[in-house]
Design a protein around this ligand. Structure first.
Ligand code: NCD
Length: 316
């Protein structure tokens, strides 16, 4: 019996978790992103593809890069992008997220992008709205577009995924980026080891497909990607390690430690970075660091996602 061959399509789909996407769908997003990277390098950085579409950016948490990146992505595709922040929303007047979603739905939005401090909020929104919902980070849960832009950056630099090894280092417990990246990296064939003090490792992390290590120096010489995370002090209700100094000593990426890494190993970070805490300032600025490039990738990948969800056509 012949298995049916289907071309991947993201038309009309929600992107809330990396587990919503197959290997082939991720490849489609990354291939499409390549064409859109080129648009951002043009003198006139705008194409008419999403003219007449309305994209809502609903942000209940502070954000510079993600919000701006989605806004630029929508505008470069000629969509009308409306930004709603917590302070300017009716949530301040006590409206529930379901009611805010129904209100936006009544205005016929074509896509809704949501960032929210509570895990699972995008699912509530999706239940109350007819258009696709894109998760731009929900609590400790997921940040799928970050993982996709990270994959795109890795592909641009290293050309492939299968056989690579990555260490994701730091505050895994509070990090939606870590969850999405473990799922995305392992799906594409990258082996992931999370490195953190025991107190910052979630119990289910092995179930997601990652190995666990406590000693950064044991792992650093073996990986192609060193992915550093910010210590999310704003999400910590108690002390998870003795002091910032102690944390830096064991889990910070400095030049000394980097000397033991493979030549050209990528240094990645989702931003915002805390120079001198999880990453030494000089290390953040090395040529092997992709931190600024990840931001550029972010616009291309978000253009690809909006395009694939709203137009449904593969690019020529
Ligand atoms: C991340 C986030 O908000 O989850 N930042 C981002 O979107 N680039 C990571 C972080 O805040 O540390």
């Amino acid at each position: 019996m012949n298995a049916e061959v289907t071309t991947p399509s993201l038309s009309g789909r929600n992107i809330i978790s990396i587990s919503d996407l197959t290997y082939d769908e991720i490849i489609l997003i990354l291939e499409t992103s390549k064409s859109f990277l080129e648009v951002s390098k043009r003198e006139i950085k705008k194409i008419p593809t999403l003219r007449g579409k309305t994209v809502i950016n609903l942000f209940y948490e502070p954000s510079t890069r993600t919000r701006t990146s989605f806004e630029i992505a929508g505008k470069r595709l000629s969509a009308d992008v409306i930004n709603i922040s917590e302070k300017s929303s009716a949530a301040m007047k006590g409206e529930t997220l379901s009611d805010t979603s129904k209100t936006i739905n009544a205005m016929n939005a074509d896509a809704l992008i949501i960032r929210h401090p509570l895990s699972g909020s995008p699912y509530i929104v999706a239940r109350n709205i007819d258009c696709p919902v894109i998760n731009a980070g929900d609590g400790w849960h997921e940040h799928p577009t970050q993982a996709l832009l990270d994959l795109f950056t890795i592909k641009q630099r290293l050309g492939l995924f299968r056989g690579l090894k990555a260490a994701i280092v730091g505050d895994i417990l509070h990090s939606r980026v870590a969850r999405s990246n473990i799922l995305a990296f392992t799906k594409m064939g990258i082996e992931v080891t999370v490195v953190a003090p025991q107190t910052l490792i979630p119990k289910d992390v092995q179930r997601l497909g990652a190995k666990v290590a406590a000693d950064f120096d044991d792992v650093i010489s073996d990986v192609d990607i060193i992915y550093m995370l910010r210590i999310q002090l704003e999400r910590m209700s108690r002390a998870y390690f003795p002091s910032i100094r102690e944390y830096c000593r064991y889990y910070g990426l400095n030049q000394d430690r980097l000397r033991n890494a493979k030549d050209g190993a990528l240094v990645m970070h989702p931003g915002p970075i805390n120079r001198g805490i999880e990453i030494e300032s000089e290390v953040a600025d090395l040529a092997q660091s992709t931190i600024v490039e990840q931001v550029t990738s972010g616009v291309a990948v978000r253009m690809a996602i909006l395009y694939l969800i709203l137009s449904g056509e593969p690019v020529e």
